[in-house]
Design a protein around this ligand. Structure first.
Ligand code: KIV
Length: 280
């Protein structure tokens, strides 16, 4: 049980001043209190999500696709992610900010992983890091946890291994479920503070959640996980094209922005903007 006040309570969450800590997340699992996580990559989105009561923000390597316009998450670099993490930590007071370690920046060795994680903590102010993989990255998770760097392990479908996994495929079907349960337990044993589970059958997400005492965060892993995460541009309806089944769009921000930009252009072309009220 944490000796710190909970970041939640009867007051609206946006008014809480306490920084969300990994101890709060563990306690929320004990209390059966579910929570939401969103990605964030910039000042305004981060501040809005915190104000809306999102306790955990992930500066995901999905910035590769959603900020830098790459085809997938593989090519984004530590140097590209650090300024985004810094923007999110600078513009929030309460959210726990997790930095995603990008492909190639932690797999080579425990030392490489440690050095990358330290850069995110020192240069960007991250409160925790996340990394993808199975038991091959257990030594990395153990080193970070034992060095005071909270680490979330990402299992199931791991986008950085897209080419090895043969594309975007649901993982953990049939007998493979046990492998994921075992890796979640192994990550807990070496000190991970949470497990992110991506694209597995709902009952497997539930089995992993029941097998560990640390929180699980699902994305396409059913509703038995302790928390849920979505990429914010998916959640808010900015993205076009075919969406993964696990995405729910809670707004149509694309239409709103489209209309605003079109109206602005129309008024400029018609000479009605700027009007006298916008003129010195
Ligand atoms: O980078 C990312 O956006 C992720 C998602 C699974 C949330 O890791």
């Amino acid at each position: 049980m944490s000796d710190q006040p909970s970041p939640y309570g009867s007051a609206p969450r946006a008014q809480q001043a306490t920084r969300v800590r990994i101890s709060h997340l563990k306690q929320m699992k004990v209390d059966g209190q579910k929570w939401a996580m969103l990605t964030a990559y910039d000042m305004y989105s981060a501040a809005i999500f915190e104000e809306a009561g999102i306790p955990v923000l992930l500066v995901g390597d999905s910035a590769g696709n959603n900020v830098y316009g790459n085809e997938n998450t593989l090519s984004v670099t530590v140097d590209e992610l650090i300024p985004l993490v810094r923007a999110v930590t600078r513009s929030t007071q309460r959210a726990l900010v997790i930095a995603d370690l990008p492909f190639g920046a932690y797999q080579a060795s425990v030392e490489q992983c440690f050095n990358t994680a330290v850069r995110f903590m020192k240069e960007a102010g991250a409160h925790a890091v996340k990394l993808e993989g199975g038991i091959e990255v257990l030594p990395q998770v153990e080193k970070l946890a034992s060095s005071g760097i909270p680490v979330m392990a990402h299992i199931g479908f791991t986008p950085q291994l897209e080419h090895q996994l043969g594309g975007y495929r649901v993982q953990g079907r049939g007998e493979d479920a046990q492998r994921l349960i075992d890796s979640a337990k192994a990550f807990e044993a070496v000190g991970a503070f949470a497990i992110l589970i991506e694209m597995v059958p709902g009952d497997v997400g539930g089995a992993i959640t029941a097998a560990v005492s640390i929180p699980t965060v699902g994305i396409g892993a059913g509703n038995q996980c302790d928390a849920q995460v979505l990429v914010w541009q998916d959640m808010a309806g900015l993205r076009t094209g075919r969406l993964p089944r696990f995405v729910k769009q809670y707004a149509d921000l694309r239409s709103i922005l489209h209309t605003a930009a079109r109206d602005f252009a129309g008024e400029v072309e018609a000479g009605t903007f700027p009007g006298p009220e916008h003129t010195f």
